[in-house]
Design a protein around this ligand. Structure first.
Ligand SMILES: C[S@@+](CC[C@H](N)C(=O)[O-])C[C@H]1O[C@@H](n2cnc3c(N)ncnc32)[C@H](O)[C@@H]1O
Ligand code: SF4
Length: 397
C-alpha cells in the first residue's frame, strides 16, 4: 500500500463528496468445495481452521488500511465467504469487537453473516446474534435432496429447514439464498421450491440463475441444465410468485419486503465505497481526485503471512476515467429504481453529458426510461442487461 499522500495528490477526477462506506470481510474456508463455486473458498476441516491467526491477520490488514478511510463512518459490514458460520461464535464476537474498536460504525450499522445450513446448531445462530450480527444470510440453494446432492452441498433439506426456522426466530431480518436452472430441474420442481421458500416468509430472498463458471468442476464436467427457454420461464415464475407474496424485485436477483433490502449490497449497486479485508477481498475507495481498487492476496496461508507483515494488498489500481461509465452501469442498472442523474455525477465525477449518446441509444432500444431526475431500466432492459451495460463500454482506442 502506498503512502497516504499518494492517494490525496491531484488527479483527473473531482469528486464533490465521498460516497457511503461499507466493510467486506472475507472468511475463506468451507467444509467442501461445491462444484459450481468460483468464489475464493478453500476446503478445510473445522478443527484445522487457524481461526485466531486469521483474526490477527484481519486486524493487521485493517490497521494498515485505516489511513485510507480516516474519519469515515462505516454503514454496513458483510462477513462473507467461504462459510463464515464455520467460525466459532466467540471468534465472530472477537472479530466484531476488534472492528468496533478501530472503526466508526453508524448507530444502525447492518452486520450480515453468511451461514451454511451444514454448520447449523440452534445455539450457534443465537450466539452470532449475541455477538452483534444483525442479519443472517442462509445459503439454502434448494429444498430438494436430489438437487442438493448434485450441487455437492454438505447439508440436506431438513437441515436447511431447521436453519431457516432458527434464523427467523433469532433475527429480525435475514436472507434466504436459492439457485435455479439446476441440473435436471423442471418448472414444476421450481414451483415447489418457491412455495417452500415463501412458506418461511423470508424478509429477503436472493434467487440466482446457476452459472457455469470457468475453472470449476462443473465447467470441466458440465451437467445437463435446463434450456434457455425453460430458464426464462423459470424467471417469470419467480417474479410472479415473489410479487404475489409481497416481495419486491429491487435488483436483478434480489427480492425484499419493505425496509428489508440488503443495505450492504445496495451500497455496491449504488457505486458506494467498500473496504475489503481478508483473503482475496476486493475493495473500492474514493478520494477527492481518484477512485482506487484493491485486491488482497488470495491464498489464505499466504494472505495471513502477508497481512501480518502489513502487506496484504496484492493489486491496486486507479479506475481509469474512461472505464467509469461502464463500471457505474454494471452496478446501478441492476437496480429496479435505476439511478439519479445527480448521483452518477457525484459518484464518478463525470458530467451526465459524458453518457448522453449511450442513454439515447438505450432509450431508443426500449431498455431504459428516464425523466429529468432518474434513469430506470425497463423490463426489457432487465432481460438484456449485459447488452444494455455494454453500451457504456469505453470506445476502443
Ligand atoms: C458467496 S456464496 C456463499 C454462501 C455460502 N458459502 C453458501 O454457499 O451457502 C453466496 C451465494 O452465491 C450463490 N452462488 C454461488 N455460486 C454460484 C453460481 N455458480 N451460480 C449462481 N449462484 C451462485 C449461492 O446462492 C450462494 O449462496
Ligand atoms: S459453501 Fe458456498 S462458498 Fe463454499 S464452496 Fe460452496 S458455494 Fe462456494
Amino acid at each position: 500500500m502506498q503512502d497516504i499522500q499518494h492517494y490525496l495528490r491531484p488527479g483527473l477526477l473531482q469528486l464533490a463528496s465521498l460516497p457511503p462506506l461499507s466493510l467486506y470481510v472475507h472468511l475463506p474456508w468451507c467444509l467442501k468445495k461445491c462444484p459450481y463455486c468460483d468464489f475464493n473458498s478453500h476446503e478445510m476441516r473445522q478443527a484445522d481452521m487457524p481461526e485466531q491467526r486469521y483474526l490477527d491477520a484481519l486486524v493487521a490488514d485493517l490497521e494498515s488500511a485505516l489511513p485510507l478511510i480516516w474519519g469515515r463512518t462505516v454503514h454496513s459490514i458483510f462477513l462473507g465467504g467461504g462459510t463464515p458460520s464455520l467460525f466459532a461464535p466467540e471468534s465472530i464476537a472477537r472479530l466484531l469487537s476488534d472492528l468496533r474498536a478501530r472503526l466508526k460504525l453508524s448507530a444502525d450499522c447492518e452486520i450480515t453473516l453468511e451461514a451454511n445450513p451444514g454448520t447449523f446448531e440452534k445455539e450457534r445462530f443465537r450466539a452470532f446474534r449475541d455477538a452483534g450480527v444483525t442479519r443472517l444470510s442462509v445459503g439454502v440453494q434448494s429444498f430438494k435432496d436430489g438437487h442438493l446432492k448434485s450441487l455437492g452441498r454438505v447439508h440436506d433439506s431438513a437441515q436447511a429447514r431447521a436453519a431457516l426456522e432458527e434464523a427467523a426466530r433469532s433475527f429480525d431480518t435475514w436472507n434466504l439464498d436459492l439457485m435455479y436452472a439446476l441440473p435436471g430441474q423442471t418448472l414444476e420442481d421450481l414451483r415447489e421450491e418457491i412455495a417452500q421458500a415463501l412458506a418461511f416468509a423470508p424478509p429477503h430472498l436472493s434467487i440466482y440463475h446457476l452459472t457455469i463458471e470457468p475453472n470449476t468442476y462443473f465447467a470441466k464436467y458440465p451437467p445437463q441444465i435446463p434450456e434457455d427457454d425453460t430458464a426464462y420461464a423459470m424467471l417469470d415464475l419467480i417474479t410472479e410468485r415473489t410479487a404475489a407474496a409481497g416481495l419486491q424485485r429491487y435488483e436483478v436477483s434480489a427480492y425484499a419486503r419493505t425496509n428489508h433490502h440488503c443495505r450492504h449490497n445496495l451500497n455496491y449497486w449504488e457505486y458506494g465505497d467498500y473496504l475489503g479485508i481478508g483473503a482475496g477481498a476486493h475493495g473500492k475507495i474514493s478520494f477527492a481526485h481518484r477512485i482506487v481498487r484493491q485486491v488482497r492476496t488470495r491464498e489464505p496461508r499466504l494472505y495471513m503471512e502477508r497481512a501480518l507483515a502489513g502487506n496484504a494488498v496484492a493489486q491496486e489500481e486507479e479506475v481509469k476515467r474512461a472505464d467509469l461509465p461502464f463500471e457505474y452501469m454494471l452496478n446501478a442498472l441492476r437496480l429496479r429504481q435505476g439511478f439519479a442523474l445527480g448521483e452518477f455525477s457525484e459518484r464518478t465525477g463525470l458530467a451526465i453529458t459524458a453518457i448522453a449518446r449511450q442513454l439515447e441509444e438505450a432509450e431508443r432500444k426500449g431498455w431504459i426510461t428516464r425523466d429529468l431526475q432518474r434513469v430506470l431500466p425497463t423490463e426489457r432492459g432487465f432481460d438484456f442487461l449485459s447488452d444494455l451495460q455494454s453500451l457504456f463500454l469505453p470506445d476502443p482506442a
